[in-house]
Design a protein. Structure first.
Length: 255
């Protein structure tokens, strides 16, 4: 029969010396462990010495044992020894190991937090403006680009109507063998009454490409934009980006 103190001691030793040691986080349990280990040491020293062995007899190692008595056994019945307590049980509590475990846990939490921060900042909207894509405008092959915008001998293509707005991308030949200069213009479709006219009267928004940056136009939807556009995006901001690889104009809506 295992005494309560012995059972408690083994449990505390498991928390102190086992693979999942956590007693360094529980000061009360740590004090109790030292108290019980002190009792075990005192009991070992108080036991009567065994009969001296005869000459040449092997000397058995001194191992602390705890007597175990059956519930219905006679008081004079010899006590049976329970399983010996490991000699390692009398080791001092490894404070250094507990401190290292706590330090490792803190470092792990810091790294996890840093990883969460990095993951949060890796996104498709680096400025966190909350913009969302609302349309991809394809080339309108039946649209005649006005001469006032494209001009003679200039490569230009118009895109499908977007709530009364028209986007046109113009490729202007560059000098010295450099890549063509891509320019995008957005204007009200109803401002063009004669495609062959070289004159233009109305509001126009434009933007150039620059190196690897695409041509882009952005503005707020105000009173000088078509009524059809205001009915859908009134008070919002729109951004038109030319996707040269797919020959499309991507429209984003912002706040």
């Amino acid at each position: 029969m295992v005494r309560p103190d012995e059972s408690e001691l083994r449990e505390l030793q498991s928390r102190a010396y086992g693979p999942d040691a956590d007693i360094h986080l529980d000061p009360v349990a740590l004090i109790r462990l030292r108290e019980l280990e002190g009792k075990v040491g005192g009991q070992v020293g108080a036991r009567p010495a065994a009969d001296a062995p005869g000459p040449g007899a092997p000397v058995a190692p001194s191992v602390p044992v705890t007597p175990s008595v059956s519930a219905d056994a006679d008081e004079e019945a010899p006590a049976q020894a329970s399983a010996p307590i490991e000699s390692g049980a009398l080791r001092p509590l490894p404070r250094r190991r507990g401190a290292l475990i706590a330090a490792a846990a803190i470092v792990a939490l810091v790294l996890i937090g840093a990883g969460a921060l990095i993951a949060h900042r890796t996104q498709s909207d680096p400025l966190q403006t909350g913009a969302r894509q609302v349309a991809r405008l394809s080339v309108d092959r039946g649209y005649q680009v006005p001469r006032a915008i494209g001009g003679d001998g200039v490569k230009a293509k118009g895109f499908v109507d977007f709530h009364g707005l028209r986007a046109v991308v113009v490729d202007l030949p560059a000098e010295g063998g450099a890549a063509d200069d891509v320019f995008m213009e957005i204007y009200r479709d109803d401002d063009i009454t004669d495609p062959d006219s070289t004159e233009f009267s109305g509001r126009m928004w434009g933007g150039n490409a620059a190196g690897s940056f695409p041509a882009m136009v952005q503005f707020e939807v105000s009173s000088d934009t078509p009524a059809k556009l205001r009915s859908v995006y009134g008070g919002r901001s729109l951004q038109f980006v030319y996707d040269k690889a797919h020959r499309e104009v991507i429209v984003f809506e912002g706040k």
